[in-house]
Design a protein around this ligand. Structure first.
Ligand code: ADP
Ligand code: MG
Ligand code: ZN
Length: 612
């Protein structure tokens, strides 16, 4: 990316507008003066009582009036600010002198004059910049270069990233090797007439390394890399996006062999007719242009288009047809082995203590993406720096994991005591239910230190290993644990709180999955009622979720979901009722210490044992 130039013409404009506004303001300020004296409200009431006031004009909070007779000091009128009557009454009874000040200060008025033109200039600048102007040439360059591609700015010719920098995604790398070979020696492939995919879609959640991988392909092949984003092609004016696509491909042809990378392809490639509201024609034209460019590829041009998305299901099916993005490469969250490899990449630049064990860190971080792990390495180093250590140790990683998992620790957020009590019971509820059910994931830690934005407390359960398959029983256990918070609140009464909203949402997800996707819904049979809508469903199926079952089935599904959730809550309540003493003691402990780990937690009676 080229560095942005400082927008100097900007400042000059702003200066002129300010100066103009000031001039106007001072002119206005001068008119409207007169022989009116500003007096207090109390004085106004006295004058009124004395029969000195001839007439008044009340505008808003201001009272302007004329005296019956000219006052000794020569004034013929007065201005007073009104005070709310009941307040004035109360103050008058105590003999307090009352006056009020106008609510819009001089500065406020000034702002009123200056702000609108400023806003206007701001919008103008914003618009001209969006239209693809380079930083410096603000008005001319911006508005006039409407159709030119922003991609021009980011054509990298000397990409330093290699496959070694991308770890834990061996399958994806394998698939992309072929592309690298093709880009290195395009002639060879043409000779035998081999068909090389021109469009490859990298599919996976954010942070898994899609962009990195695309860049690595360019780096490995030593070709130019056009880095674009689908959103850059979405424009206000019909035809602008399309022109930009055309321009991009023109530039690419000039630089062949090269790679065009389109990040967030879904922004541009949403199924046609699926978006609500305006902008339809523009998007369609842009998409059509992209399709046309991909079809019209000259066989000899060594250009490969890589695109990334985390929502392939909403893409226009036409994009996925043969000759376009007909190959998809899955870039998923890494499993443990992958996480170890990724960690090794990101730990290279960090000074490490002897106790660092990548395997152990990987074990602590199921579900982390590559980006999360990169962040983790950095956070750990920051933590070590802060405690003035010589090297980053395991304890720094443990702290960083916690930080990332549960959001930033914010001791500054204070709960009122009643809320703290509810949160303590809520979290202890989760913990006790989890500990009472044999086979549930072990509870590592319960805390009522507020973290991040949403969580007031949290219970950290860590699965012993990565899970790919889960039994129906395990799912039921999870739901019961999720219900533990609400169950505890129910038991202590008198009311339940909003604190369980997230738990309920997650439990509902599980229940819905059991019934409608995994065929665990009893009477509903082994049917996948909710199928993941795929592109194969045809033109419209990709965006609207099509219901493929009857009204009656829908009701049955809802009932089954409700039943599962009801059972889970009842189970949690039963467990907590049996362990009421432990719940109370645990909550008290938590209130006192804010945080309890592993063996500090109360031990509940195991579910289903005879002592219950
Ligand atoms: P995506 O494009 O899938 O959202 P990025 O490629 O932008 O993800 O990844 C963001 C950062 O996370 C990268 O710059 C890199 O530091 C780190 N990262 C992600 N995946 C990996 C990986 N597989 N190996 C090494 N680092 C990774
Ligand atoms: Mg990305
Ligand atoms: Zn909860």
């Amino acid at each position: 990316m080229a560095p942005k130039q400082p927008p100097k013409p900007w400042l000059i404009q702003v200066f002129w507008v300010l100066a103009l506004g000031f001039l106007v303001f001072s002119l206005v300020g001068q008119t409207g003066g007169g022989a009116a004296e500003t007096i207090s409200y109390t004085r106004f009431r006295q004058l009124l009582a004395d029969g000195q006031v001839l007439k008044v004009v009340v505008s808003g909070e201001q009272i302007r009036g004329d005296f019956k007779d000219k006052q000794p000091d020569g004034s013929t009128g007065f201005i007073a600010q009104r005070v709310p009557p009941d307040l004035a009454e109360m103050l008058a009874a105590r003999g307090v002198e009352v006056s009020a000040a106008p609510s819009s200060s001089g500065f406020g008025t000034l702002l009123g004059w200056v702000l609108p033109p400023l806003l206007f200039v701001g919008i103008w600048l914003g618009a001209s910049r969006l239209m693809g102007g380079k930083g410096g040439g603000m008005l001319g360059g911006g508005l006039l270069s409407v159709g030119r591609s922003k991609a021009r700015l980011s054509a990298e010719t000397d990409v330093k990233v290699s496959f070694d920098d991308v770890a834990g995604v061996d399958e994806a790398k394998e698939e992309l090797h072929e592309i690298v070979d093709f880009l290195r020696t395009p002639e060879d492939f043409g000779r035998l007439g081999a068909h090389i995919p021109r469009g490859i879609l990298l599919v996976g959640p954010p942070g898994t390394g899609k962009t990195l991988l695309a860049r690595a392909v360019a780096g490995e092949a030593g070709v130019a890399f056009f880095n674009t984003n689908g959103a850059e092609f979405v424009e206000m004016f019909v035809g602008v996006g399309a022109a930009r696509v055309r321009d991009l491909f023109e530039q690419a042809r000039a630089k062949s062999p090269c790679i065009i990378f389109i990040d967030e392809l879904d922004a541009l490639g949403r199924a046609r007719g699926a978006t609500a509201g305006g902008g339809q024609d523009e998007k369609e034209q842009t998409l059509n242009q992209l399709l046309a460019e991909m079809d019209g590829f000259d066989r000899s041009a060594a250009i490969v288009i890589l695109a990334a998305t985390n929502r392939p299901e909403i893409l226009d099916p036409a994009l996925l047809r043969a000759g376009r993005f007909d190959r998809q490469v899955l870039v998923d969250r890494p499993e443990k082995k992958g996480r170890v490899q990724i960690l090794k990449v990101h730990l290279k630049t960090i000074k490490l203590a002897a106790d660092i064990d990548c395997d152990a860190i990987a074990a602590m971080t199921p579900g982390f993406t590559g980006a999360d792990l990169a962040n983790l390495a950095n956070e750990a180093a920051v933590h070590a720096t802060r405690r003035k250590a010589d090297a980053t140790a395991m304890l720094d990683f443990a702290a960083a994991v916690e930080r990332i998992v549960a959001g930033l620790e914010k001791r500054s957020r204070v709960l009122i005591p009643r809320e703290r009590r509810i949160v303590a019971y809520h979290e202890m509820g989760h913990a006790l239910v989890a500990r009472a059910i044999p086979g549930a994931d072990p509870v590592q830690k319960v805390s009522i230190i507020p973290r991040g934005i949403a969580a007031l407390g949290y219970t950290m359960q860590r699965p012993a290993e990565d899970r790919f398959l889960m039994g129906a029983d395990e799912l039921r256990t999870r739901m019961a644990v999720l219900m533990g918070g609400r169950a505890a609140e129910t038991l202590i009464g008198p009311d339940v709180s909003t604190g369980a909203a997230d738990d309920l949402a997650r439990a509902t997800d599980i229940a819905r999955g059991m019934v409608a996707r995994f065929g665990m819904g009893g009477a509903l049979g082994p049917v996948a009622w909710d199928t993941e809508t795929g592109h194969f469903l045809g033109e419209q199926g990709a965006f609207w979720h099509k219901r493929v079952y009857s009204e009656a089935t829908a009701r049955e599904i809802d009932d089954a979901v409700r039943r599962l959730l009801g059972e889970a809550l009842a189970r949690a309540i039963a467990i907590l009722r049996t362990n009421r003493a432990a719940l109370d003691a645990g909550a008290e402990d938590l209130l006192a210490h804010e945080m309890l780990t592993g063996d500090e937690l109360p031990v509940p009676v195991p579910e289903g044992s005879d002592d219950a």
